[in-house]
Design a protein around this ligand. Sequence first.
Ligand code: ASP
Length: 567
Amino acid sequence: MSWRDLRCGELRPEHVGQRLTVAGWVDTRRDHGGLVFVDLRDHTGKIQLVLKDAGAVHELRNEFVVQAVGEVAARAPDAVNPNLATGEVEIQVESLQIVSRSTPLPFQIGDDTVEETTRLRYRWLDMRGERMQRNLRMSHAAVNGIRRTMDDLGFIDIWTPAMTRGTPEGARDFLVPVRLQPGKFFALAQSPQLFKQLCMIGGLDRYYQIATCWRDEDLRADRQFEFRQLDLEMAFVEREEVLDVMEAAVVGAFEAVGKTPPERPFPRIAYDDAMSKYGSDKPDLRFAMEIQDATDVTRGSAFGVFANAPCVRYLVVPKTFSRAEHDRLVLLTKEWGAKGLANLSQVAKFLSEEELASFAVPEGSSGLFVADTEEVAAHALGLLRLHLARELDLIPDTDVFHWVVDFPLFKHDEETGEWTFMHHPFTAPTAGNEVWDPSEPQAVRGQHYDLVWNGWELGSGSIRIHDVDVQERVFTTMGMTDDEAKSKFGFLLDALAMGAPPHGGFAMGIERFVAQLAGEPDIRQIVAFPKVSSGSDPLTGAPTPMPDAVLAESGIRALPQEDPAKA
Ligand code: ASP
């Protein structure tokens, strides 16, 4: 005998008169003098069971797993529940079996007021609720849509190692000790970056993978230690061909989850424009509120704060602010690194007619100015733009996908004082700019591109270096000696020297993408078993200390630590 003839949500009037077996979880139980009504639930819906008030019925509690056999009957007209797909029928139960019992629950299924750590500690209960069922199924459907698209476009799925040498994607590596070689470590792949490039050099042409990546970074709304990427690489391509494939994958995922896909091609915006107009390399373009520049017009200003700053920029915000409201914005702007925030209404008296005429601040709006270095002005006003748009409810309910292109190849690392890569060190410079002075690389542009959805960076990619000399020049610019480059990346330099085709690719964070698709505020709602911000898994209690003997096998001795839970 099978456990059930159909799932709970599948019962319909056409089944009336049939004798069926059903199984599921007890969702609710209502006693009505002599009769007991039980809603039996699985992820497809609920069935109403009608039972005689006898026997095992008394023992039933929420979340018991039961199997029932009975005849399907039409409900009396006044008992029909139009809100349930199964609401016209019920099962008159002949026999009921308790398959499995449940202890009292730490929370009721579907209760959305439960604290998240508790939800994660009892994730199996949380998963029975609608939210996680919807999200995990949507995630599956989206990945399916992506896989279908990649297959249609001739990509092949190639598995690459998790345990490898460090791949420089800008985070710390998770390390794996090796018992056979005590004192040596693998790094968990931050991405399959070099393997996918080697596949291109190996003549594989179009690679993709739904790849797990591991990065030791602080956990945030859009970050977990481990996450998945749609990782792809193509040989003999230009940037536009890669972007085209990625757009097809996004559209494939939208269609697979039954949502209207964004229009293609997605708009492109240059990095410099994104930074100057929106103060961010992942601007939210659902609303305008562009940052304006007032540097030129304030050069000879009588207002010293403007005249002496290297850069003066402002936002025009459709609201006037009280003194107290403005003071709060000043505090925020200072937290974001700026020296202050000036409201045009307060500083207008120091400004010339010409300056005032150049600022387009209509009646009822405010001009909010930052006078600082270009980086600080962009950063602070970029964050203020987002903050005020949220606070003033200026963000329309639309979806805007766009590409950010033409990034610089290098950036200055304030901590080390060295030049470092903007994306990763395998990104190619723009064509015709393959030679530069390694001590002056700031003007070199890279063939790097990012995909942004409503202000979330979904992923990055680039056209890669396929010329070994250019690759060595990048390493030199980053301050690596030839010996260091050979010891860390000798295999790549060897491969590049043995017939490397031009190639490029992309990686998009699956959980970020699905979180946005599902309208969730963070990726933990998309991950079956995520970790919390301390870096722990509330369900299993991992990570845990290891016995000294186990560590010693791999040549490791743990330093005594203060238990953060007790500190
Ligand atoms: N490997 C890069 C990343 O994970 C993406 C890429 O360049 O394809 O961010």
